[in-house]
Design a protein around this ligand. Sequence first.
Ligand code: COA
Length: 693
Amino acid sequence: MTSLVRIERHGDIALIEIDRPPVNALSAALRRELLAALRETNAAADVRAVVLACAGRTFIAGADITEFDAPAADVRTADLCDALDAFQKPVVAALHGTALGGGFEVAMACHARVIAPEGRVGLPESRIGLIPGAGGTQRAPRLAGALAALDMVATGRHIAAAEATSLGLVDEVATDLRAAAIGRARAMADSGQFARARDRTVPAIDLAQAMAGVAKRARGARAPIAAAEAVGWSMTLPFDEACARERATFAELVGGAQSRALRHMFHAERVAARLAPVDGHVPNPWPVRHVGVVGGGTMGAGIAVTLADAGLDVVLMEVSAAAIQAAEGRVRAVYDRHVASGRMSEATRGERLARIRFVTDLATLADSDLVIEAVIEELAVKQALFAQLSGLVRRDCVLASNTSRLDVNLLADQVDAPERVLGLHFFSPAHVMRLLEIVRADRTLPEVLATGLALAKRIGKQPVVAGVCNGFIGNRILAMWRRQCDFALEDGALPQEVDAAIEAYGFAMGPYAVADLAGLDLGLATRRAAAGSRDPRIRHVPIVDWICDLGRYGQKTKAGWYRHEGGQRLVDPVVTALVERASAERGITRRPVAAAEIQARVHAAMVNEGAKILAEGIAHRPSDIDVVLVHGYGYPAWRGGPMHEADELGLDVVLATVERMHAADGLGWEPAPLLREMVAAGRTFADLNRAGG
Ligand code: COA
């Protein structure tokens, strides 16, 4: 008996059970013990077949990510697979929870796989900048064909039991998992018929088209392409040679900057979702079952869909019959698209819709455990609503605002028990975007924050706690880097050049393409209102307002920063002329602005504002800022977010860029004192992450 692996006998079948909470990650110690158990059961004369299973919530969820920086271990996952290949008797893997990465590689080296109905399998290594390193890229195509394997390794997606079975990755779905696995193992021993995945051949197919798709979607990430290429070798190289190449690629990637960045993200996402203990106790969330959503516009409807998808009862409220009808239309449109694309059955659509009640009477929300307001972004309107809600709902009903920039404290002021008020800032479209900024107001109780975090987990969002300020973490940083883009225009760049520079950096779309999509009239009223009170010393670029003056609001008017024709974005001489006029009015002689300069300025703007946000306590730790930018704003995950990347670049390099921007752009571009202090002390954001817990 060992501590992580035990062998249980079921007559002539040995069941090897792994028990390493929380997710049975394959650590060096576990690999050692598992190898010993495999050898023991293979050698035991009275064992006719073996079942490999896991205790707890899941089958092996992959290699232990915390050990990737450690020196090479004595037993590798590939050694386990080799041991399984050498087995003289059948081995059946019993999969439940998530059999991922190295866990699924081990399972594929077994002679058969049985899976629980809710089980999922996957090779998600590319999501942490790696490829499978124990033959996964060779066994998966042997089981499922090259095309399916390529999709699996390039996307890293989790594949549900039914699909995994139809692809041939697993052999059987069974409710009574262990009994089924034992039965199958015994039958295989009786018949003497069991085969190894490695001995199969992979039917040749033309991968070129799939590879082109992978390269396009990768947007600068190396691992998906490397993983897909490795799958390609399964058709051309002998198994052992392909495995050796796979291992060499893994070794190269694991020491690289991209994998380091993605592993940073893995930890950052989980740390952001946890609440620090208060007085030694982790605060308990309040129970949430019934949720009221006030406002059925794009945001409110998207939020209602997200909640209903997670099994919550939703009451969506609008002020008039016409408005609620429109809201219902928006909700239905989302589900109709899902059904039309084949991603959802009609029955499921019916179930989801049945969870949402569409009402026009606020009193219907009286019984809610949580109310999320998503009405127009005007303080007075939101304050009046909070005051009304205060008189209506129970005192333990959490009251949340979906504001993207207003002071949540001013909403809490309207309410009895203001300690139950917080911000839940969803991103548009709310049912798609993963980020949820949870805004902690001055009086928000830890339990109420915990309720927000628990809700995020339940509805599949990535939470980050932010303090109150204009724009919270994300929009405040966005405003700064967008301004640097506008400055680059005045200095000599054109919108399409800035967009190309940002896309080359790894964002899906450049800022001007995004602006045209979102609508340039968004925030126009605010911009016009602010125009009179703007400090003339602040560098302000008027181009977007001039574009709006021409009635060009982006894609919806077929013209904005670009002309839009037949789904194409076309450079428009009208805009070029406006950009040149802006330079002339500021007395700037236009010069070529290289993509690298635009990228460096945008990055430095994010880091400088990020450092200010940290110093003000708006973000707990630098890695929270990384999570916000990656999950809410399209910052490439393989760069690890702006703060991680600043560490990689050297904070002195970033500071030098900020100082140049300050010299050129003046007020508002002062280097963050924290950044200066850190450079002087030779500290990194990673140091602050460690200190922040
Ligand atoms: N190595 C080390 N620790 C791991 C791990 C791994 N491969 N996978 C998960 N964990 C840890 C998490 O850090 C977390 O620890 P914490 O509670 O201290 O924060 C804990 O296990 C639970 O993980 P979490 O992600 O919070 O739970 P979940 O139920 O939402 O998701 C998984 C579970 C397994 C689906 C998810 O953790 C996952 O995708 N893990 C990575 C799998 C992977 O990439 N494997 C291939 C590695 S090569």
